[in-house]
Ligand binder design. Structure first.
Ligand SMILES: CC(C)(COP(=O)(O)OP(=O)(O)OC[C@H]1O[C@@H](n2cnc3c(N)ncnc32)[C@H](O)[C@@H]1OP(=O)(O)O)[C@@H](O)C(=O)NCCC(=O)NCCS
Length: 435
């Protein structure tokens, strides 16, 4: 869906205007219009000022996004917005299917203008616009875990920051060995062209992943504007199966140790595989590189299979934290898009302070794993807010844990256990990158 022609939310428009601010859309395909917006976005994330080359590159690859800003005519550089946000609709993988999600990115408010409600106006505007356009879900990745819960977002997947001592870890004798395919070095351009299909297949098979757009994909493999000379340090290895079909790719850099040349660290920027065979082959390759002491990957699945391929599991240090935040906008559409682990029926009472998704819904899942959902006047078995339902939606977490933490109230005995059985996902939900 092309979200660019949708009108700006009138409530947010009025709220910002009452504060002396102008809320407007930017044509992302026009580098001249995009340059001040890029300047503001980079400043918001404490990044360096963008150069014309990276603005041009950005304009070529984000033209599909809905780009919004807020301007203050009274400041010395009135052309630079004091707040930014970008959004687009993409495919979110869920257990047993996919659904459209309104992805939100580049949320910044200038530090000279913060804490006066500008982000609130922008976020609420995005959610109301998405809901009015019948998009059932909104999603984002976050700089801080403290910002988005108030808008109804819940942390629906976790990621693992993984550091493995390569020599100590070893490769378990029971782990996959001698793959039928082969590993090959590929250039950034070759990876960009030949690995997109496997990345899309892997993403569709992983609940919680979000279809990567061309901008993120190109950046991962290093084909875009290269102001930091990043692509010169990237190495890209592809795994081709026995039939020659690309099934896995890893993008990495080697960081040297100041005093010992035998102790480089492999920084994995991106790793994706569409088959178990490719996944094991790529990990074994990384762990057995010469002159390497450690492999570090900060966007690993919280249930990364490589941990079960190591001879010494304690050679791995894992820190997990929240990653993909979801916000259900349409409870019926979202719940009907996924499959369920049990045949059961529950009435869910959902509170939504923004008045978008609240109500009581009857979820009836059949033996085929699919559910029908409808609004009901019956008493709820369970009551929670929309952020909690959004966090539980993919099946990453246990409802029982959320109940213990005070986020769910059960009116019917046993309802929490039944909700857990319904929402269980056979695969660990996981988003493979930041956006
Ligand atoms: C985070 C950011 C967008 C907030 O913008 P803002 O205009 O100051 O936010 P608002 O004034 O609209 O605040 C809305 C609410 O969020 C709270 N809030 C804002 N920033 C917060 C933060 N960093 N941590 C916790 N709460 C925060 C406010 O206290 C306010 O709370 P309330 O609901 O109790 O009133 C802004 O500080 C920023 O640009 N930060 C740097 C870039 C960044 O991290 N962006 C987020 C990317 S995911």
């Amino acid at each position: 869906m092309d979200t660019r022609p949708l009108p700006l939310d009138s409530t947010s428009l009025d709220a910002l205007a009452a504060d002396g601010l102008r809320y407007a859309l930017v044509d992302g395909a026009d580098p001249q219009a995009l340059a001040p917006w890029d300047t503001a976005s980079a400043r918001g994330f404490h990044d360096r000022r963008p150069d014309p080359e990276s603005v041009d590159e950005h304009a070529r690859h984000v033209a599909h996004r809905r780009i919004t800003g807020v301007w203050d005519a009274s400041i010395p550089s009135p052309e630079v917005p004091v707040a930014t946000v970008a959004s687009w609709v993409g495919e979110l993988s869920v257990p047993g299917g996919t659904l459209d999600s309104w992805a939100i990115s580049n949320v910044t408010v200038a530090s000279t203008h913060h804490r006066r409600g500008i982000a609130r106006a922008l976020l609420q505007g995005e959610l109301r616009t998405a809901s009015a356009a019948d998009i059932p879900m909104a999603s984002l990745t976050v700089s801080e875990a403290t910002i988005y819960g108030r808008f109804g977002f819940g942390a629906a997947t976790r990621i693992a920051d993984l550091t493995i001592e390569a020599k100590r870890a070893g490769w378990s004798p029971t782990a996959p060995a001698d793959p039928a395919g082969r590993l090959v070095f590929v250039s950034s351009q070759q990876a960009y062209e030949s690995c997109r299909d496997l990345v899309d297949r892997a993403g569709r098979a992983t609940p919680g992943d979000f279809a990567i757009d061309d901008y993120h994909w190109g950046r991962h493999v290093g084909v875009f504007a290269d102001r930091d000379k990043r692509s010169a340090t990237l190495r890209i290895v592809r795994y081709d199966d026995a039939a020659g079909v690309p099934q896995g790719v890893v993008v990495y850099r080697l960081v040297s140790d100041a005093t010992d040349f035998t102790k480089h660290t492999v920084e994995v920027d991106y790793l994706r595989s569409a088959t178990d065979e490719a996944h094991a082959a790529l990990w074994r390759y990384l762990l057995e590189l010469d002159l390497v002491a450690a492999v570090h990957y900060e966007v690993a699945s919280p249930d990364e299979p490589v941990l079960w391929m190591l001879r010494d599991q304690r050679a791995a240090r894992v820190v997990t934290f929240d990653h993909h935040w979801l916000r259900i906008l349409d409870v019926k559409a979202a719940l009907e898009a996924r499959s369920y682990g049990a045949s059961d029926a529950l009435n869910l009472g959902i509170d939504d302070a923004l008045g978008i998704a609240g109500g009581t819904y009857r979820l009836e899942a059949g033996a085929d794993g699919r559910a029908e959902v409808r609004a009901t006047d019956a008493a709820p078995d369970l009551v929670m807010n929309v952020a909690t339902l959004s966090a539980l939606y993919l099946g990453s977490h246990r409802a029982a844990t959320f109940a213990s933490a005070g986020h769910i109230t059960a009116a019917t005995p046993g309802a929490i256990t039944r909700l857990d059985a319904l929402l269980r996902s056979t695969q660990t939900p996981f988003l493979s990158y930041w956006y």
